[in-house]
Design a protein around this ligand. Structure first.
Ligand code: PMP
Length: 453
């Protein structure tokens, strides 16, 4: 066993961590995980932490789940990888059938990849090529939303809308049209949620009317803009956007990478507003957090647009080496089986209500501006001034301070800027959920200097 000091030294010497200012990281005591047990992470010194963001929003049934570990083991003994380019494999076929059974009606074809960003790239490329092959050559743009996050590859960044992450790449990106984000707490239209009549839907309609002839598709994170800070859309927003897109003949891409597999309380967020997209992009929870896998699921209509003689070159010329990896597909099948067997979604409903109740306590804290929740996706936005909604200056690193307090108290969470995110595994028990919320509350109070006030 390598000791903690050596691991720390090698970590700092050899790893460039994602979304991490490495200069700060060099001065920090790193958290080095060795094992997982249910909803807990265990570090190399045996300290236990509640996995409060589900290891980046992926964990469903907990770590070390027997059925999932065994699915990987069984498959590994059979074959770990074979390509899906022109040939097939048993788990990929079985999973595709299972995914179509679970997916919103009208979706019938599964195209695999291995992470959320690629599942989005694939939807964008398919939508574009679909129109090109239909002879609608002018359709080259997408409509997306301010504050959107669809991944880190260049196509996904092109339809993204978070300046902090995306601005520097602007010269490399393809142009598209942006509609305002439904961020009611800081409404871009400067309106009030109670009286605005969801004016942002009207703004979207204007963008669609103006640009529909040059547009391939609309892309949206349904119900919640995740990475922007768990921005929960007002009720009816998603279905209104979908109806407008449909009435104007545009394809609709629902990026369910974060929201899929029960995160918002239903299997897919689109179900909540009875939306039937032309594409859904899924990743994260698809394997319950066991192996990297993603899928872009689309309709017969889109699929048929790619059929032809070989020499017509209508083929979708896209595929990754590990597309349809049998190990990942096997564990995804076992993950979906557990949803049925353990009635994961039914059991979740009471825990969502419990979380809603517990979150009330945060509203009293003097530096909590807004508490947002969609099922098991939670964002607590911290502000310097509650009255003016003035944010903390970046050099206060308030989000980071909170998570370090939480870490001392046995909780592993990661903020999105000044938004503290709670995204527990769906299988968390009530007691652990209560503990997660209690410690987060305490950590916010301490870090913002409002404990015992
Ligand atoms: N889309 C959404 C909505 C996401 O939240 C994310 C990741 N947080 C992605 C795409 C990108 O997924 P990945 O990190 O697996 O590439």
């Amino acid at each position: 066993m390598i000791d903690k000091e050596t691991l720390t030294e090698w970590d700092k010497k050899f790893i460039w961590h994602p979304f991490t200012q490495m200069k700060d990281y060099m001065d920090m005591e790193p958290l080095i995980i060795e094992r997982g047990e249910g909803c807990y992470l265990v570090d190399v010194e045996g300290r236990r932490y509640i996995d409060g963001v589900s290891s980046l929003w992926v964990l469903v049934h907990g770590h070390g789940k027997k059925e999932l570990v065994e699915a990987v083991q069984r498959q590994a003994e059979s074959i770990c990888h074979s390509t899906l380019l022109g040939i097939s494999n048993v788990p990929a076929i079985r999973l595709a059938k299972a995914l179509i059974d679970f997916a919103p009606k009208g979706l019938s074809k599964v195209f695999y990849s291995d992470n959320g960003s690629t599942s989005v790239e694939i939807a964008l490329k398919m939508a574009y090529q679909y129109w090109q092959q239909k002879g609608e050559k002018k359709r080259r743009r997408f409509i997306s939303f301010a504050n959107a996050y669809h991944g880190d590859t260049i196509g996904a960044v092109s339809v993204g809308g978070i300046d902090l992450f995306h601005k520097v790449y602007r010269p490399l990106l393809f142009r598209n049209r942006k509609s305002p984000s439904p961020y009611c707490y800081r409404c871009p239209l400067k309106l009030d949620k109670d009286t605005c009549g969801t004016a942002c839907v009207g703004e979207f309609e204007k963008v669609v009317r103006k640009h529909k002839d040059e547009t391939c598709a609309v892309i949206i994170e349904p119900l919640v803009q995740g990475a922007a800070g768990i921005i929960v859309q007002p009720e009816g927003f998603l279905s209104s956007i979908w109806k407008i897109a449909r009435e104007n003949g545009l394809l609709f891409i629902a990026d369910e990478v974060a929201t899929g597999f029960g995160r918002t309380g239903t299997m897919f967020a689109c179900e909540k507003e009875n939306v039937k997209p032309d594409f859904i992009c899924v990743a994260k929870g698809i394997t319950g957090g066991y192996l990297p896998l993603a899928a872009t699921i689309t309709t017969d209509e889109v699929f048929n647009g790619f059929l032809g003689r070989f020499e017509d070159f209508k083929t979708f010329f896209h595929g990754h080496t590990y597309t349809g990896n049998p190990l990942a597909c096997s564990v995804a099948i076992a993950n979906l089986d557990l949803f049925r067997k353990e009635r994961t979604l039914e059991n979740l409903q009471g825990k969502i209500s419990l979380l809603t109740g517990e979150l009330e306590k945060f509203r009293e804290l003097p530096h909590v501006g807004e508490v947002r929740q969609a099922g098991f996706m939670t964002g607590i936005e911290l502000v310097k001034s509650k009255k003016t909604k003035r944010p903390y200056p970046p050099d206060e690193k308030i989000g980071q301070k909170v998570i370090m307090e939480a870490r001392k108290r046995g909780i592993a969470i990661r903020p999105l800027g000044d938004v503290i995110v709670l995204m527990p595994p769906l299988a968390i028990d009530e007691e652990t959920l209560r503990e997660l919320v209690k410690v987060t509350h305490e950590s916010i109070a301490v870090a913002t200097g409002s404990a015992n006030k």
